[in-house]
Design a protein around this ligand. Structure first.
Ligand code: GYE
Length: 361
C-alpha cells in the first residue's frame, strides 16, 4: 500500500511537471507569434532619430486576410509633429497589436515622398491592409492605384485625400475639420458679440495642402465672413509644430504687435508656441490676445488653466480601436460606409481646471 501511494505520488508529480512544461511551451509560442507591442514605439523613436523611412516589422510571417485571422497591417503615419499625432500613433499601434495583428509602421516625417515609398514597400511586402494618414490631400492617385491593383484595401485614417476615384480607398475614418473650423468661428462670434470691431485676427495655418489646414480655414472663414468687423490680417503656415508656431507668431507681432486681437491656430501646438512668443513680446496671451486652438490636447488644457488660452476645439485622436474594428469588419465581408466621423466637442478656459485630470491625451 505504501509502495502504491509512493508510486502514485511520483505519478502526480510527473503529471504536474508535464503540465507545467506544456504551459511554458504554449506561452513561449504565443509570445513568438504576437508582435511585442512594447517594441513598436521604440521603433518609432528610432526611426525619428535616424530619419529613416524604411518600414519595420517584427515577424516574417504573412497574414492571409481572412475573417478572424491575424492580419498584417502596414501603417503609414504623417509624422510626430504634435501632441495630437503622438497620441494618435499610439492609439492605432496599440489597437492593431492588442487585436493580435501584425504591424508594419512607417513614419513619414511630414513628407509626401516618404509616404509614397512606404506604401510601395507595403505593397511589395504583400500586407493584408494599409492604414494611411496622408500628409497632403493631393498626389496619391498613382500609388493608391497600385495598392488597388494589388488587391490591398486602403483605410484612410485621420486625413483624407482629394481624389475623384473613391474606389481607391475602402473607407475614411476621421474628424470633420470644416465643422471644427466652424465651431472655432462660432465661438469667436459669440465671444466678440459686444465688440464693435474691427477685430483683427492672425491665423496660424497647419501644413500647406493638408486636409485639416484647408478645412479648418474654410469652416472658420465661412462663419466669421458673415460679419464685417472680423478681419484676418495675417495668415501663414506654422506646419502644425510648436517651434514654427512660435517663429511665425514672432513675425506677426513684429509687423502688427498691439493691433492683433485674436490668434486662430489650426492646432494647439502652434498656439502653445505662439503663447511663448506673445509673452516674450510683453503681451498677455488669453487677455491681450484671445487665443483659439484646435485638438484639445493636454498642453492646451494646461495653458487654459493658467489663463493663457481661451478655447480649444476637440479633435479626437484616440480612434485606433474603432479603426481596427472597421478593418476587421471589412475582412468579415461587411460593406463599410465611405466616410465615418469621429465624435468630438469644444472646451473653454473655465472648464480647464476641472477637466484637466480627465484628459487622456
Ligand atoms: O490637428 C494636428 C496634427 O491631422 C487632425 O494633425 C490632424 C492634425 C492635428 O498635426 O495637431
Amino acid at each position: 500500500m505504501k509502495k502504491f501511494l509512493a508510486s502514485k505520488g511520483i505519478l502526480v508529480l510527473l503529471l504536474g511537471l508535464l503540465l507545467l512544461l506544456a504551459a511554458c511551451g504554449s506561452s513561449e509560442e504565443s509570445s513568438n507569434e504576437e508582435p511585442a507591442a512594447d517594441d513598436t514605439p521604440e521603433q518609432t523613436e528610432e526611426e525619428n532619430e535616424t530619419e529613416e523611412t524604411e518600414t519595420e516589422t517584427e515577424t516574417e510571417e504573412e497574414g492571409n486576410g481572412e475573417a478572424g485571422e491575424k492580419l498584417v497591417i502596414g501603417f503609414s503615419q504623417v509624422g510626430a509633429e504634435s501632441e495630437w499625432r503622438t497620441a494618435n500613433t499610439k492609439s492605432i499601434q496599440d489597437a492593431i497589436t492588442d487585436a493580435g495583428h501584425e504591424l508594419k509602421f512607417s513614419d513619414a516625417q511630414q513628407k509626401q515622398e516618404n509616404q509614397i515609398k512606404a506604401i510601395r514597400s507595403f505593397i511589395t511586402q504583400k500586407v493584408d491592409a494599409i492604414v494611411f494618414s496622408p500628409v497632403v490631400e493631393t498626389g496619391f492617385e498613382t500609388v493608391l492605384q497600385e495598392a488597388k491593383d494589388a488587391d490591398i484595401p486602403v483605410f484612410l485614417a485621420d486625413r483624407s485625400v482629394d481624389i475623384e476615384d473613391d474606389s481607391l480607398w475602402t473607407t475614411f475614418l476621421g474628424s470633420d475639420f470644416v465643422e471644427e473650423g466652424r465651431k472655432a468661428g462660432n465661438w469667436l462670434v459669440e465671444e466678440m458679440a459686444d465688440e464693435e470691431g474691427p477685430v483683427n485676427i492672425v491665423e496660424l495655418q497647419g501644413t500647406v495642402g493638408s486636409a485639416p489646414a484647408i478645412d479648418r480655414k474654410e469652416g472658420f472663414e465661412e462663419i466669421i465672413g458673415s460679419e464685417d468687423k472680423f478681419e484676418i490680417i495675417k495668415s501663414q503656415t506654422g506646419d502644425f509644430t510648436r517651434a514654427k508656431g512660435k517663429e511665425v507668431m514672432e513675425a506677426f507681432l513684429k509687423s502688427d504687435g498691439e493691433n492683433i486681437d485674436v490668434l486662430y491656430a489650426h492646432n494647439d501646438d502652434m498656439a502653445i508656441g505662439a503663447i511663448q512668443a506673445i509673452e516674450e513680446y510683453g503681451l498677455k496671451p488669453g487677455e491681450d490676445i484671445t487665443i483659439i486652438g484646435v485638438d484639445a490636447v493636454r498642453g492646451a488644457f494646461e495653458a487654459m488653466a493658467d489663463g493663457k488660452m481661451n478655447v480649444t476645439i476637440e479633435c479626437n485622436p484616440l480612434f485606433g480601436p474603432q479603426l481596427v474594428d472597421l478593418i476587421e469588419q471589412h475582412f468579415a465581408g461587411e460593406e463599410l460606409e465611405k466616410r465615418i466621423a469621429v465624435e468630438e466637442s469644444m472646451y473653454t478656459m473655465d472648464q480647464a481646471e476641472e477637466l484637466l485630470p480627465t484628459r487622456e491625451y
